[in-house]
Every structure is written in structure tokens, then in C-alpha cells.
Design a protein around this ligand. Structure first.
Ligand SMILES: C[S@@+](CC[C@H](N)C(=O)[O-])C[C@H]1O[C@@H](n2cnc3c(N)ncnc32)[C@H](O)[C@@H]1O
Length: 294
């Protein structure tokens, strides 16, 4: 049986803040981050249809290799839920992840939504797979008609992650979501219906702490840290982002999920140095009803 990481808890949250409030060394931060983000059991998977990008310019090639690694990491987590029948991917962009899933699981139905109409039209026209479908929808007003087994989102910008969580919760579906663009997260509830963190009961009372420190620091550091440079600031940024994601995970737990902050790509490169941009390297994973008790 898969156990939750005990550090993803209110106590763990307080413990991490207490470390950040004290004097610490870079090594301490590295160990802290390693203890938060855990390995998720999954099978090895090699993605398809990206090879054609490998001759493009260097930065494009690096980007495409990074995407390839992320897709492989996500599919290996998806495999944990196998057998499954339906996957809903939200904000599917170019559809690469969905395409890989549709090929890997031919008996499953993969449906993708994205708010970009033009992109969705092109994807519909070029799609040759009968178990893959696309529709243009705004996730903030969309609810699936039937319950998907897994709700998936790779790089759900800002508060789109929170909407993805709500869509999964409302249909009691498992969830795998990689948050991104912390700079777009709202710090105040400007209009009714707009998300702002913390949402979990466990961290209620921490609103000021979130607004003034956690969301603020996670946002402030966005883009401010040299991408390829491994430094204290990068690790600190990732710890603050993890603390922000604690709230999302604890919210999921309160809704009946077993929760994990799961690594999707390795933290170290083949040369042994720490990968940059590691906050895009983990997924919020929620397993609904893991013991079959509900
Ligand atoms: C950062 S891209 C990620 C694309 C793809 N998942 C990937 O990893 O390459 C975010 C995607 O979410 C879509 N998106 C943004 N807001 C959305 C919304 N409210 N509803 C549905 N899709 C949305 C965008 O059009 C875009 O394709």
C-alpha cells in the first residue's frame, strides 16, 4: 500500500516555516525539499512523437526534452491508476500528453479541453486516434457530464490548478495536476467566485501568512532566478511553492483523497547537478477513496 508522506500536514507546514525562520544552510534547504517531494511508484515509459523536434535550435531542443521528460513522468503516474476507462485532460495545449496516453492505453477514452478555440480546431482536424477527443471549453465554467476516472492537467497556470482540483472533487475523480505560473495566483478575492489561498480548513487562520509571505514569495521569485543556476534562491522558491501547494493538498485530503506531492522528473541531471525549474517537476496527486471505504 502507498503511504502518505507525513510531512504534508499542518504540523509539517509549521515545521518547515520554523526552519525557514531560523538560520539554515543550503544543504538544509536541499534536504527539506527532498523530504517534501517524494517518488511515486510507476512504470518506465518512453514518449512518442517528439523526435522531430530534436534538430531545432538548442533552447527549443532543451524545452522539448524537458517536456518529453515531464510527459514520461506523468504517464508513469497515470499508470498507477491502471486499469482506468476515462481521462479528462484540462488545458491540454498541443495535446502531446493526451496523444501519448491515447496510444499507451488504447482501450481508454481520453478527452481534452482547452480554452484556445483555434488550437482545439486544428487538433480536431489532425486527430487520427478514435479514443482521443478535444473540445474548446473554459475550465472555469465547465463540468464533465460523466465522471472521469482521472482528471489530469500539466502546467495548470495560476488558479487554474484550483479549478482543476474542484472539477476532480465534484466528480470524485482521481487527480494528477502539475501547477505552474505562480505569478498569476490571486492574493485577494477581487470578485466572488475567484479562488484565493488558503482554501483548506487545516490552514484557515493563515490567510495573512499566505497573502503576505507564502503567495507573495512564490510569486516574487518567479522568473527572478536564473533558470539553469542551482542556488539557494531556487531551492527556497521551490520550498515556498511547496508550502503553497500544501494548502491545495490538504484541501484535497479534507475532501476524501489520499495525497502526494510526486516527483515527475528527476531532481538531478545525469551530470549530477540539481535541475533548475524543479517546481515544474512535481505533481499534486490525489487518490480518491484509496481503501474503498466510501
Ligand atoms: C501552460 S499551457 C500548458 C499546455 C499543456 N498542458 C502543456 O503542458 O504543454 C496552459 C494551457 O491551458 C489553457 N488554458 C488556460 N486557461 C484555461 C481555461 N480557463 N480553461 C481551459 N484551458 C485553459 C491554455 O490555452 C493553454 O493551452
Amino acid at each position: 500500500m502507498l503511504n502518505e508522506n507525513p510531512i504534508i500536514s499542518k504540523q509539517g507546514f509549521k515545521y518547515i516555516l520554523s526552519v525557514l525562520d531560523s538560520r539554515y544552510y543550503k544543504n538544509t534547504l536541499e534536504q527539506l525539499l527532498d523530504s517534501i517531494i517524494t517518488e511515486f511508484p510507476g512504470k518506465e515509459f518512453t514518449s512518442v512523437s517528439m523526435q522531430e523536434n530534436h534538430n531545432k535550435k538548442r533552447h527549443k531542443r532543451i524545452k522539448s526534452l524537458r517536456k518529453q521528460a515531464q510527459i514520461e513522468g506523468i504517464v508513469s503516474i497515470v499508470d498507477f491508476f491502471n486499469p482506468f476507462e476515462t481521462v479528462l485532460e484540462i488545458g491540454s495545449g498541443s495535446g502531446l500528453l493526451a496523444h501519448n496516453l491515447a496510444l499507451q492505453y488504447p482501450s481508454a477514452k481520453i478527452h481534452c479541453i482547452d480554452s484556445n478555440n483555434n488550437l482545439v480546431e486544428k487538433l480536431k482536424q489532425n486527430n487520427l486516434l478514435s479514443n482521443l477527443s478535444f473540445s474548446a471549453e473554459d475550465a472555469f465554467t465547465y463540468l464533465p457530464e460523466t465522471r472521469p476516472d482521472i482528471v489530469l492537467s500539466l502546467h495548470a497556470c495560476g488558479n487554474l490548478t484550483d479549478r482543476v482540483i474542484d472539477i476532480a472533487v465534484s466528480s470524485s475523480a482521481n487527480i494528477i495536476c502539475v501547477p505552474c505560473c505562480y505569478g498569476k495566483i490571486k492574493r485577494r478575492s477581487e470578485q466572488p467566485g475567484i479562488y484565493f489561498l488558503p482554501r483548506s480548513r487545516s490552514l484557515s487562520g493563515c490567510e495573512d501568512l499566505f497573502r503576505k509571505r507564502i503567495v507573495r514569495t512564490a510569486k516574487k521569485m518567479e522568473g527572478g532566478v536564473a533558470e539553469r543556476k542551482e542556488c539557494r534562491q531556487t531551492i527556497l522558491r521551490d520550498i515556498y511553492r511547496s508550502l503553497l501547494n500544501y494548502d491545495r493538498l490538504l484541501y484535497l485530503r479534507e475532501k476524501g483523497y489520499q495525497i502526494h506531492l510526486a516527483r515527475i522528473t528527476p531532481l538531478k541531471s545525469e551530470k549530477g547537478d540539481r535541475f533548475h525549474n524543479s517546481s515544474l517537476r512535481y505533481a499534486l496527486v490525489g487518490i480518491i477513496n484509496p481503501l474503498g471505504s466510501q
